[in-house]
Design a protein around this ligand. Structure first.
Ligand code: ADP
Ligand code: MG
Length: 372
């Protein structure tokens, strides 16, 4: 398959950032993501057979799926695609016919900018258009999430797929993950820029520990509900109430619950800070978020902690934190535009000295969601 072949349609599917509200989506909390200007490009054409052939330039590999016999693959990236087709066919039986798809991307894989959701939603959106299937955005969001849960095995929340599909240029989405209601929050950081620093490490704990955190939150919720039956999600429980359980929950579980409850509140405080243009307060919330993720929720790693500690040394950086599932990937930083290049150079140097790894900076702009 070649990118210069003729295709019937082209989909651009973005990655996402999350300014704050980490690991709260699956706890019914508030998150503040946005789609970004780094994207996966997917080119589709009908092939009039009963199979689909998909090529990824990033992996430099292709595979063919028999559409009448969809099975999980032993190769991870295949499963995002097989999963999406599987779930489309559950909603709209036999709607996916034979197609070829050529994938290329400038999103780093496995770095916390959600290349996975970009891939799922890009495939879903493309097939929906190619075969005039009639799926709604919310169906695309949910089936993409289901594909990741079942076929890949990551029990992710709804945030990533939501941001990829519903993102709007220059706006973050204040998404209530309990109701799926959202408000667009206009962002103009003035003299400041959002910059991701990719640690270029991806510790293999990421997906297993993700599911462990989910079940730890469920454990906390069982104990809390035994006393307060009115709460449905951990994010509904205020920090003062969580503190009543200090001696009733194992320390780890208590810490997880406290982090989640406070992080949910931080998201709401961050939105207030943005609305009154108080970037100092916003930056402080990012640092607090990181502290919680590192010390209470324990999903950070040395490389991420090092970068956030470095950021704290500079007045020109208002805030930084790890972003995404954790154990590697990127930090998100709010940096004064006049110092971006210098600071990146200094931090990259320090990082290389410490870990013998090159840092990749990624300047991001908040952009529209997936587009045909
Ligand atoms: P993240 O979503 O933060 O990038 P994940 O581990 O959730 O990290 O998803 C990364 C996985 O998604 C990759 O390992 C790969 O299986 C799949 N993927 C993402 N982008 C591509 C691509 N362009 N081509 C093939 N597979 C991709
Ligand atoms: Mg992902």
């Amino acid at each position: 398959m070649n990118k210069n072949d003729s295709y019937d349609l082209v989909v651009k599917s973005p990655g996402r950032i999350n300014l704050i509200g980490e690991h709260v989506d699956y706890n019914g909390g508030h998150v503040l993501p946005g789609a970004i200007d780094k994207k996966i490009t997917l080119k589709f054409k009908k092939n009039n057979t009963n199979s689909a052939t998909v090529y990824s330039k990033n992996i430099d590999s292709q595979f063919t799926i028999d559409l009448s016999n969809l099975n999980r693959s032993t190769i991870e990236w295949h499963n995002y695609i097989i999963g999406v087709i599987y779930y489309i066919n559950i909603l709209k039986p036999k709607s996916v016919k034979g197609f070829d798809c050529y994938i290329d991307s400038n999103l780093p894989l496995g770095s916390g900018v959600s290349s996975s959701a970009a891939l799922e939603c890009g495939i879903a959106k493309g097939l929906n258009e190619l075969f005039i299937i009639g799926l709604t955005d919310i169906e695309i969001i949910n089936l993409s999430k289901d594909a990741e849960h079942t076929m890949v095995g990551t029990k992710c929340g709804i945030m990533d797929q939501f941001a990829v599909v519903k993102g709007e240029k220059n706006n973050l989405l204040l998404l209530n993950c309990k109701t799926n209601d959202y408000e667009t929050i206009k962002v103009d950081f003035g003299d400041y820029k959002l910059v991701l620093l990719n640690t270029n490490v991806s510790h293999n704990l990421a997906s297993s520990e993700y599911n462990v955190r989910r079940s730890e939150c469920e454990t906390a919720m069982e104990t809390i509900k035994a006393k307060y039956n009115e709460y449905e999600y951990l994010c509904d429980v205020e920090p003062q109430i969580i503190k009543e359980f200090k001696n009733l929950l194992p320390e780890k579980i208590y810490n997880r619950a406290l982090y989640v409850s406070k992080e949910n509140q931080r998201t709401l405080k961050a939105v207030e800070a943005i609305k009154r243009n108080d970037l100092d307060a916003l930056g402080g919330l990012l640092y607090k978020s990181h502290e919680g993720l590192s010390n209470l929720y324990e999903v950070s790693c040395n490389e991420l902690d090092f970068l956030v500690d470095c950021s704290k040394k500079y007045d020109q950086i208002l805030g930084a934190r790890m972003m995404g599932g954790g154990f590697g990937g990127c930090t998100i930083n709010i940096i004064h535009k006049d110092f971006v290049d210098n600071l990146i150079e200094e931090i990259s140097y320090a990082y290389r000295n410490e870990f013998s790894i090159d840092l990749t900076p990624i300047a991001v702009h908040i952009d529209d969601g997936v587009k045909i």
